[in-house]
Write a protein that binds this ligand. Structure first.
Ligand SMILES: [Zn+2]
Length: 167
């Protein structure tokens, strides 16, 4: 048996991870709890900041996604230094994951996420961390398109907030 065949065999027995079990065809722009993990008395909540309707709207372009990552992480880590664990883009480019300490609900962070949107929409000047010594692809930024996507997302959160996955 080859090494690759062994991997394939193992792969077929791997459990489907929780985030793939959500029906992405029913998913709209929103702010969802993706999962809550607990270990040694510590809870971590992973939020799904879904900014584009999956398989329906065009996904975010890579430079805009990168700019949202830089600005979003800067804002969140300054606003809630001790609570934010991670903020980063989904590979499908329809949104971001936000990981925070605590067993939380979407409404607990709706205000924070809205403030993050306001920070990005109002941002002017040099994008933080976008220098060659600070970033792996520093020229790939698009502030105008980042503002466009975030303004649409903010408006969706205000007008019809989707805060829980449909069953
Ligand atoms: Zn970067």
């Amino acid at each position: 048996m080859t090494h690759i065949a062994q991997q394939d065999d193992k792969g077929s027995h791997m459990e489907k991870i929780a985030s793939f079990k959500v029906d992405h065809l029913k998913l709209d722009k929103g702010l969802y709890v993706s999962r809550v993990d607990r270990k040694d008395g510590v809870a971590l909540t992973t939020f799904d900041l879904r900014m584009r309707k999956p398989n329906f709207e065009p996904v975010m372009d890579m430079p805009a996604l990168h700019t949202i990552e830089h600005l979003g992480a800067t804002f969140l880590r300054n606003a809630r230094k001790d609570e934010v664990v991670y903020f980063g883009p989904m590979g499908c480019r329809t949104g971001f994951y936000l990981v925070m300490f605590g067993d939380l609900k979407s409404k607990d962070v709706l205000g924070l996420v809205t403030e993050m949107c306001d920070f990005i929409i109002g941002f002017r000047g040099d994008i933080p961390g976008a220098k060659p010594e600070e970033c792996g692809n520093y020229l790939e930024q698009n502030l105008d398109m980042a503002k466009f996507y975030i303004a649409e997302y903010r408006s969706a959160l205000q007008t019809a907030p989707h805060l829980e996955y449909e069953a």
